[in-house]
Design a protein around this ligand. Structure first.
Ligand SMILES: Cc1cc2nc3c(=O)[nH]c(=O)nc-3n(C[C@H](O)[C@H](O)[C@H](O)COP(=O)(O)OP(=O)(O)OC[C@H]3O[C@@H](n4cnc5c(N)ncnc54)[C@H](O)[C@@H]3O)c2cc1C
Length: 505
């Protein structure tokens, strides 16, 4: 006899949303979470003096018009959100120029020049315009064979090896894709990038942060739910009308239905390496869909300096020079803008390097790194970032200027194993690529699926995507329990945007 109407596996945003929705419908729901905390990749920690530091998701990338159901939660849990006043990097004709003063780019062909150029100068450079335009070319890509994103860029701009202009343009394109493309240039699909509406997300008119931390959303969703922490699932067995799950401590739970919200990294992990055993094994369709999705490395390093080393505007959203190693977004510390803290979003090769540097450690806070007498491998990476920031701000900065730093290596987090999902280049057709995430979201009888990687109606790789996937899974579970036939909503058609695209060339 099943004890629960639904067992939800994982207490990230997808799992908590699904559980909350089902709970409100009067179902008997149990949430099983393997770690000792809820929130998954949303994780706000206190960084001393009541400073909430986001070591996972930080920004709401979409407006209330774009993701109304997600914004309904913001209002429901009375979250205070602030527009970060982001620079629009994607519209060279209009908004970018107006907002460009907020964006500082070091000259990538410095030749001894240092310091800033304001965006209006930068925008006049052809390599910048070309490189920056590639992301739009992806958006416009309708026909033709899929390609890895790196090849697509080279086809458009030339190889970075050819000329200094193509090198610059490639570097700017690389910069534009940083923060948006989580695979490598060799393995990320162009059609997948378009299907995932990465452009749409990044060009959203506004972005917000949650005052006091994104963790407040997690707390809101979790209210009144039956959650068992430290219940790491080792086995999931599916029968015609029930699902049996077994923890690594051998405790068994049974539900008439189940929603699994594990990350792609977790679903792909071998059983002998701490992964989960699914019985029966995944269908060919699910296996193929899983193979087509990768787990892109995304990490964060927050650095508190002894004093502020950047110019006044506390809302500044910085991008580094394309020629620098860290093609990162640097966020100010929105929650306490007057504190000299900057957060670097580390992606792709550098994020992988950080995972390796950290060994098995996920999370590290180092106070007084230049003078504490104890050194860590992560000190080297922080030193590099600090020196790079020094070049941007035209001053000499070293580790001695750092009061403390915090590193989060998501690839080492045993129940996440990476940053966010991305669609790999596999040579599949446009139609096949479009169906990948929908295939991942399609239930197998009583066993349902949610999590950012399954989000095909909102953006995957995001908190609002995880939320939307949880809501859909809850709806499908309700239909299943009522004996209704499965009806998966179709993949939405891409929206038309920015008519100014046509004018680019
Ligand atoms: C560094 C970083 C920055 C990001 N920034 C943003 C941002 O600014 N804005 C944005 O919208 N998105 C951002 N994202 C993406 C966003 O955080 C994720 O898309 C979203 O939080 C995923 O939620 P989820 O519920 O799908 O998965 P998860 O949060 O991974 O939840 C899955 C849960 O399942 C649990 N679990 C896994 N395996 C087991 C097991 N065997 N047994 C029991 N429990 C298990 C995990 O512990 C976890 O709690 C960022 C991600 C990262 C890594």
């Amino acid at each position: 006899m099943a004890d629960y109407d639904c067992i939800v596996l994982g207490a990230g945003v997808a799992g908590l949303t699904a559980a909350r929705d089902l709970n409100e419908k009067g179902l008997k729901v149990l949430v099983l979470e393997g770690s000792n905390r809820i929130g998954g990749r949303v994780r706000t920690i206190d960084w001393g003096d009541n400073a909430p530091l986001e070591i996972g998701a930080e920004l709401i990338h979409r407006t209330g018009q774009e993701v109304p159901l997600f914004w309904h939660e913001i209002r429901r849990y009375d979250l205070d959100v602030v527009d970060i006043d982001k620079p629009d990097m994607f519209d060279p004709k209009a908004t970018f120029c107006k907002k460009a003063v907020q964006v500082y780019l070091e000259r990538w062909r410095a030749n001894g020049e240092s310091g800033f150029r304001d965006g209006i100068d930068v925008i006049k450079d052809k390599p910048f315009r070309d490189g920056h335009g590639v992301i739009k070319e992806v958006e416009l890509f309708r026909k033709g064979k899929d390609e890895p994103i790196g090849k697509f860029i080279e086809d458009d701009l030339g190889s970075p090896k050819d000329t200094s202009a193509s090198k610059d343009a490639y570097a700017v394109a690389d910069l534009m894709f940083t923060g948006t493309v989580h695979g490598t240039f060799e393995n990320q699909s162009v059609v997948g990038t378009k299907t995932d509406d990465i452009y749409g997300q990044e060009s959203s008119a506004e972005e917000y942060h949650v005052v006091g931390g994104y963790g407040k959303l997690v707390d809101g969703l979790a209210q009144g739910l039956n959650i068992i922490k430290k219940a790491k699932i080792a086995k999931v067995e599916r029968f015609a009308k029930r699902v049996k799950v077994t923890t690594d401590a051998g405790v068994v739970y049974e539900g008439k239905s189940c929603i699994c919200t594990f990350s792609i990294g977790m679903l792909k992990a071998a059983v002998e390496e701490g992964g989960v055993e699914f019985k029966p094994k995944f269908s060919v369709k699910r296996r193929k869909a899983l193979e087509s999705v990768g787990m892109g490395p995304v990490n964060k390093i927050a650095i508190e300096f002894n004093k502020r080393v950047w110019p006044e505007n506390p809302k500044l959203s910085l991008i580094t020079s394309p020629s620098e190693t860290y093609r990162s977004f640097f966020f100010p510390f929105y929650n306490q803008a007057d504190r000299p803290i900057i957060t670097a979003l580390i992606e792709r090769d550098k994020a992988e390097e950080l995972d390796k540097l950290m060994g098995k450690t996920t999370n590290r806070r180092v106070v007084n790194p230049g003078g504490s007498g104890q050194s860590y491998k992560s000190d080297d990476m922080v030193t590099e970032i600090v020196e790079q920031l020094g070049r941007m701000f035209n001053q000499s900065l070293t580790l001695a200027d750092v009061k403390q730093y915090h590193v989060m290596a998501w690839g080492n987090e045993p129940l996440v194993r990476g940053g966010t999902s991305f669609i790999k280049y596999t040579g599949a057709t446009h139609k096949e690529v479009k169906e990948i995430r929908r295939a991942l979201a399609t239930p197998d009888g009583p066993l349902h699926w949610a999590g950012e990687a399954t989000a095909y109606r909102t953006n995957a790789y995001s908190v609002h995507g995880a939320h939307g996937s949880g809501q859909l899974a809850a709806k499908l579970v309700l239909d299943f329990l009522k004996g209704k036939p499965l009806k998966m909503p179709p993949v939405p058609r891409p929206k038309k945007r920015h008519p100014s695209f046509k004018d680019r060339k």
